[in-house]
Design a protein around this ligand. Sequence first.
Ligand code: PGA
Length: 324
Amino acid sequence: MPIHHATLHQLKIFDTVARHMSFARAAEELHLTPPALSIQVKQLAEIVGQPLFEQVGKKIYLTPAGEVLTTACRDILDRLDSVAQDFAAIQGLEKGSLKLAIVSTAKYLIPRLLGDFCAKHSGVDTALFVGNRKAVLERLTINQDDLYILSQPPEHMNVTIEPFADNHLVVVARSDHPLTLEKDIAPSRLRDIPFIMREPGSGTRTAAEKFFEGHGVVFKARMELGSNEAVKQTVSGGLGMAVLSASTLRAELATGELAVLDVRGFPLERKWYVAYPVGKQLSPITRAFIEHLFSAPPANWLNLPQPLAITSSAGRKKRSASSK
Ligand code: PGA
């Protein structure tokens, strides 16, 4: 059967399975069931006249025909995306979509900015993926979204990145901890204190580990938790200290439930970056959102008590990180 008999739906399903190399993960992304995907891929293979995947053990691999079809699918779907952008350009900012993938710590600032943006552009449909740094980088690798927000430039990737705000990491403890009364605490004094860590793959965790390693401090990880909220609750419960982004602590610092320790070397000064693959065609809506990120007054979303208040956005400095 000629390939012209294939439907766009089948090509999209095939492309998604090939991106994830997993029917289960593709099904999750497409909100379909794995058997529904298998049927479509099977029909596509019948049209092509050759198998598209082969299974070895529990893993699937693309066959040579599958490789060829993957390249063709990317071309077709990219072309359709650019047609959609051309239509969006004709309509200006009245209609269109914006897909963002942000690291979980950024959820304390980006949804507010997105809310303001959508209030100005009510015809824009938005999708927001929230995951840790590792998950966001995986999506960036396969160009799954319009923009990516993270707090450390990706390494070994061909991306354009722009810092748009400061992200300060601090050591936080329950406010009745004796160390909250001390000044200029040497990092080595944290050696015997139990730490509540974010999960592996978290950018916050990586930055904290790098700091302690650099200061020769082997800290005690008491617990590993998959979200900033869970870490804060555990610190509030008096089970240990944590390194967290100041932007996650607005409520707890305001009520005095948690306190920031004056540890030498902290805060760790990082930036929030907006990133996208080099050469990506940005839609007018995407460009408008980037402008919105830069124009938002920092006080709107990092309203922390002094002396932690973040004073300015990071200024506009675009660069490409292409250390492939
Ligand atoms: P995280 O990312 O939510 O994965 O810790 C924050 C960061 O990259 O600093």
